[in-house]
Design a protein around this ligand. Structure first.
Ligand code: CIR
Length: 343
């Protein structure tokens, strides 16, 4: 891209990339290439093609974070609302927390996921078919050799016919091609090649392979027992960590394709039915803000809330430990349930 006067961000765009990428900075960075050959033009394509992007930049490999740091760092500090001296806070220890809703009156399900990428492979938007397949082969082998307690089944999407794939989708187990933001970033390229899912025998642990990140490690269960879900997640993460080198930086934490996920790379949340608070959105928003939580639509990022079922999860994931995230979520949900009962 040639930029003399103005970068081609849409006039309506309020993305962070548009805000922070000056022409001078663009001209400084435009000729750089990371070791896997990723360029600034590739990194910002999604932000250019999708004017409604919130940040509008992706990393093509772990080195992107250093190579494009002059533009990425201010975006990261702004998006994650970091204070000076911020740094990744380690910690992933088994937690003890009472079940928030033993009768399952409000909380439908609890879900905690972390994203992880493997050193030595470009990130999803910059992978070729061979690299996707090699990564899949590597983790498939690992899944086969997990201890009895953690074991499960891995399914490549390319091994399924349409009916089998749709059956997995209906059970919420498969993942589709990503959205238009990911499409512009190259993340959907060659889908479903190299993509698949590991499912533990009891269905609590699921691992998405080659979605937005190399691995999305998920623990999910009915009801509101956050500690149970978190502890199951920790067990599988530790087992994988033993055998794999994850893309990590001491300051930025775990590195991910989307800079919004770096740090703990964790999203811990629940689906919660809030019939009363739905009518008092400002109260719900005040409580979630106070506990650093965010409300998303029933089906996740950029979707609507349906039938008063809210997806409530942590808003912070960098400069905070995974254990603190889960504790804050627990406290915030207690406050939300209390408010719902009072109404
Ligand atoms: C945007 O800038 O709006 C999109 N690239 C998505 C940002 C949120 N990230 C994510 O869901 N991983």
């Amino acid at each position: 891209m040639k930029a003399d006067q103005e970068l081609p961000f849409h006039a309506s765009s309020r993305s962070k990339i548009k805000q922070y990428l000056t022409i001078a900075l663009y001209n400084d960075l435009k000729t750089l290439r990371t070791p896997s050959g990723y360029t600034l033009d590739q990194a910002i394509t999604s932000g250019i093609e999708n004017p409604d992007s919130s940040i509008g930049i992706y990393a093509g490999d772990m080195e992107s974070y250093d190579c494009f740091a002059p533009v990425l760092l201010p975006i990261i500090e702004d998006y994650h609302r970091l204070n000076p001296g911020w740094s990744h806070k380690p910690g992933l220890q088994e937690a003890v927390l009472p079940d928030l809703d033993p009768e399952q009156t409000f909380i439908r399900s609890s879900r905690i996921r972390v994203a992880r990428n493997l050193c030595g492979f470009p990130f999803s938007g910059n992978m070729n078919p061979d690299q996707r397949l090699a990564l899949e082969k590597r983790v498939k082998h690992l899944f086969k050799n997990l201890s009895e307690k953690l074991s499960g089944t891995y399914t490549s999407f390319t091994d399924l016919d349409e009916k089998q794939f749709n059956a997995l989708l209906e059970k919420g187990l498969a993942f589709r091609k990503g959205d238009r933001f990911m499409a512009s970033a190259g993340i959907n390229r060659d889908y479903p090649l190299g993509r698949g899912i590991f499912i533990s025998r009891d269905n609590v642990v699921r691992i998405w392979v080659n979605e937005e990140d190399h691995l999305r490690i998920i623990a999910q269960s009915q009801g509101g027992d956050l500690a149970y879900v978190f502890n199951r997640l920790i067990q599988i993460v530790r087992a994988l960590e033993d055998k794999l080198d994850f893309a990590f930086d001491p300051k930025k934490g775990f590195l991910t394709a989307c800079p919004t996920n770096i740090g703990t790379a964790m999203r811990a949340g629940v689906h919660i039915h809030l019939k009363q608070l739905e009518k008092k959105r400002s109260l719900l928003e005040a409580i979630t803000r106070a506990y650093h939580l965010q409300i998303r639509g029933t089906d996740g990022e950029k979707t609507a809330v349906e039938k008063a079922v809210f997806d409530i999860s942590n808003a912070r994931r960098l400069d905070i430990s995974a254990n603190t995230i889960v504790k804050d979520l627990h406290k915030g949900l207690q406050a939300i349930i209390q408010a719902e009962r009072n109404l």
